[in-house]
Design a protein around this ligand. Structure first.
Ligand code: 5GP
Length: 171
């Protein structure tokens, strides 16, 4: 197996800063409930909220929809948020939107809890794989149809700690 750099740590950090500035302009000093979708988003969330000046109430949600390198199409709630989002600005933060299944289900779930607004930030998006169309309000990078790891993303639990996005290949 081998790992090659696909998006460098420097490029990621520069893009995170850009997104944080746009988010700050949009929320204009109003508090936002940031919900990181575990596990993959933990590094992106940590960098994003540190780059933001918007006041943040942080929570996490954990769902599972993936096994190995292929989506199972099932969404299982592993850990719900503790915060009551009713009447609050909510920003869901994902690592990657692949088929769109996970985030479209999560958005529907959150919308049912009557937030004041609901937006989505995703570090990565694979447009070629879209099955469930979702609007991504803040996108880091569009990528090709490759299986990527690092910067929070794993392969069977490994490689999350890499500071860059790598391309994984079994050869
Ligand atoms: P979706 O429901 O959009 O198909 O898949 C979303 C989830 O699948 C992501 O949150 C992530 O956990 C996983 N996923 C999708 N593509 C990749 C990828 O290229 N690499 C890794 N490590 N996980 C992926």
């Amino acid at each position: 197996m081998s790992v090659s750099t696909y998006i460098s740590a420097e490029k990621i950090q520069a893009r995170v800063e850009e997104i944080a500035r746009i988010i700050d302009m949009d929320y204009n000093g109003e508090e936002v409930v940031v919900i990181g979708v575990l596990n993959g988003s933990f590094m992106f969330v940590a960098d994003l909220i540190r780059a933001m000046e918007t006041p943040v109430f942080l929570d996490f949600i954990a769902v599972s929809s993936y096994e190995g390198t292929e989506s199972t199409g099932e969404l299982k709630m592993l850990k719900d948020v503790k915060v009551n989002v009713e009447g609050k600005h909510v920003l869901l933060v994902e690592d990657i939107v692949d088929t769109g299944l996970t985030i479209s289900k999560l958005k529907t779930l959150m919308e049912g809890r009557s937030p004041k607004s609901l937006k989505l930030a995703s570090l990565l998006h694979k447009p070629a794989r879209t099955e469930h169309k979702v609007d991504i309000d803040y996108l880091g990078f569009e990528i090709e149809d490759k299986f990527v790891i690092g910067y929070g993303l794993d392969f069977n639990g490994l490689y999350r700690e890499l500071p860059y996005i790598g391309e994984y290949s079994a050869s």
